[in-house]
Design a protein around this ligand. Structure first.
Ligand code: F6R
Length: 606
């Protein structure tokens, strides 16, 4: 998620904007920039840390009273100075900062190019400033209205122009934006922490709102361009609370962001109900020459990859081998020019995954990266890159990045299946329709929080816990077991439910906790039998299953239900209570949830 801070008032715009941006630094970003209006628009942008911008801030006028600022987490285009925001129009007269994604930017870009516009960046945002400049005659507000009427997607915008030196215009559509009223000016910001140093009085702008700010007054227009009054609310949060979006920890905030992450992944990668990764996916001809796929990753990303294997084999009918990145190179993998290697990595910097990428390229495989960080090492070196759209993930334990990886690999499997003609239209459309219901269904599962809290209380003093499931449920419990162990320090082990009786069941004694996930209809009876084997030996059972399945009531101390969906999509729902279980158990034990011992967010050593 990028951050916007804009100011119009009596103070130094540079000071207010930089303070606002500093308060967002904790989230991670790859570049930053600021534009101010003096007798012209002055802009400074730098790649990397905010310090790089601050060190050279004297290059623009510190006395300017109106300006727009941004820290960027790249989604379109490499993180560099050209792609950093603000984006300035080719004539230098307009400047724009933007959060969100303009879905139809390619069409708009080619339309404007045909009219002779010269684009400099590879961002979707430059299209916005180009449109405003295109429509401007003598009224900035009118030009903005015309420009946004052409945009599809999510956007929060801050806009200034050399033609109307006292004016700041902002627009909100889906991406968050607040207006903060200070004694001596107005701040517009994407996030509450950016304004707390100056005021606690904010207006939460609504979708479709346009704000016109002159030096000491502002006017809000709603989506029908009617003037509206919006209430000013008092913020009662500390800076730390506000940084976490009001949640106690980043991990919980990120768990709750998951419906939005799925929504965004679908919005960006679906065009007219068809999956469209544009040329970031593998094209049909190349795909026809592929005789096997390797999916290689570490930890949570590997667990997403294992679901990807099932999806690609089931839907696209290509054999898939999964391998842990740290093992892959030493396994002498059977790779040639007909192999596709898919690497999954949130950070895009994991040393083992990067080494697997280099090994694959050496052996002439085609390499496709699925990563969350634009311009990361893995993204740069892969032949093709599909970006997950989770936004910056701060908690060490991965949650929303995992969900975005799951949705992306399932969409990739559908994309391959379609291109290889392995899926009929009805099945394909069913998948798309069902994927669209997933954000709402994740929100439903999140309501199980209170039951999960009770499970957390029941297991917090245990030293070990079993996780069991079959098929996709086994893959789900592998991730659940990892989540619990990494932040609660309880030893966990995930088993295919039928495998326990081949040795490990010897460990089950009275009150040994076990979590079973049962969503796969063909395997449910089998897993239930395995659960009974544990019950007989005294285990205390907790279950995650599909609503309507009452079969587990007699065996389980607590049950969490997930809404019905397609079998292939259950891992996206069943992992949610498992993530919450990790979180609440860690909380019960008074541990450092966001920064567990011995772990780092990005593992750049082999
Ligand atoms: C667990 C977790 C790790 C990472 C793994 C790979 O919550 O975050 O298991 O998934 O270290 O990291 P990336 O995805 O950055 O390559």
């Amino acid at each position: 998620m990028c951050g916007i801070v804009c100011y119009n008032g009596k103070k130094s715009a540079v000071e207010v904007i930089l303070n606002g941006l500093k308060s967002l630094e904790y989230r991670g970003y790859d570049s930053s920039g600021i534009s101010v209006v003096t007798d012209k628009i002055e802009t400074l942008k730098r790649k990397g840390k905010l310090k790089n911008l601050i060190d050279e801030i004297d290059k623009i006028d510190n006395n300017a009273n109106i300006g727009i600022g941004h820290i960027r987490w790249a989604t379109h285009g490499e993180p560099n100075e050209i792609n950093a925001h603000p984006q300035v129009s080719q004539d230098g007269k307009f400047s724009v900062v933007h959060n969100g994604i303009i879905e139809n930017y390619r069409e708009l870009k080619s339309e404007l190019e045909d009219e002779g516009y010269n684009f400099k960046s590879t961002t979707d945002t430059e299209v916005v400033v180009a449109l405003i400049s295109h429509y401007y005659t003598d009224d900035l507000l009118e030009a903005v209205k015309k420009a946004i009427a052409r945009l599809k997607g999510a956007y929060a915008l801050g806009i200034i122009s050399e033609y109307e030196k006292d004016k700041l215009i902002a627009v909100r559509n889906e991406s968050p934006l607040i207006l903060a009223k200070c004694d001596d000016g107005i701040i517009l910001a994407s996030d509450i922490p950016s304004v707390l140093k100056y005021t606690k009085d904010v207006v939460y702008l609504e979708n479709g709102d346009i704000v016109e700010i002159d030096k000491d007054s502002y006017t809000i227009y709603d989506k029908n361009f009617e003037k509206v009054d919006r209430d000013i609310k008092k913020i009662n949060m500390t800076l730390e609370q506000a940084s976490k979006g009001g949640f106690e920890h980043f991990m919980l905030k990120e768990i709750y962001e998951q419906p939005e992450v799925v929504k965004k992944t679908l919005e960006v990668n679906l065009k007219e109900n068809k999956i469209d990764f544009s040329d970031n996916s593998i094209d049909q001809d190349k795909l026809k020459s592929i005789d096997k796929v390797y999916i290689v990753a570490c930890g949570t990303a590997f667990h997403a990859g294992e679901v990807g294997k099932v999806a690609i084999e089931k839907l696209a009918k290509i054999p898939v081998i999964t391998d842990i990145a740290s093992e892959f190179r030493y396994n002498d993998p059977f790779i040639d020019e007909n192999t596709l290697v898919i690497l999954i990595s949130q950070s895009g910097e994991t040393a083992d995954t990067l080494a697997a990428l280099r090994e694959s390229k050496k052996k002439k495989a085609t390499v496709l990266a699925v990563t969350n960080v634009v311009g990361s090492s893995i993204a740069r070196e892969a032949d093709k890159v599909i970006y997950t759209l989770a936004g910056p993930e701060i908690a060490v334990a991965s949650t929303k990045a995992y969900i975005s990886q799951l949705v992306t690999v399932i969409m990739l499997a559908l994309d391959f299946a379609k291109k290889l003609d392995k899926i009929d239209d009805e099945t394909y459309s069913n998948y798309i329709a069902e994927l669209k219901t997933i954000p709402g269904k994740i929100s439903e599962v999140l309501k199980s929080e209170s039951t999960v809290k009770e499970i957390a209380k029941a297991i917090k003093d245990d030293s070990s816990m079993f996780f069991i499931g079959r098929g996709l449920d086994f893959l789900s419990v592998k991730e659940g077991a990892l989540k619990l162990k990494e932040i609660s320090y309880i030893h966990t082990e995930a088993f295919p439910a039928g495998e326990l009786k081949h040795g490990s069941i010897a460990l089950i004694e009275k009150n040994t906790p076990a979590l079973s996930v049962i969503t796969q209809s063909k395997l449910a009876e089998k897993t239930i039998s395995n659960v009974q084997e544990l019950v007989t030996r005294g285990a205390k059972i907790f279950t995650i299953t599909v609503e309507g399945n009452e079969n587990m009531a007699d065996f389980s101390e607590k049950i969490v239900f997930v809404p019905k969906t397609l079998e292939m999509l259950y891992p996206i729902l069943s992992v949610i209570p498992e993530q919450l279980l990790g979180y609440y158990t860690s909380l019960e034990k008074g541990l450092d949830v966001d920064k567990p011992r011995n772990l780092a967010k990005s593992v750049t050593v082999e």
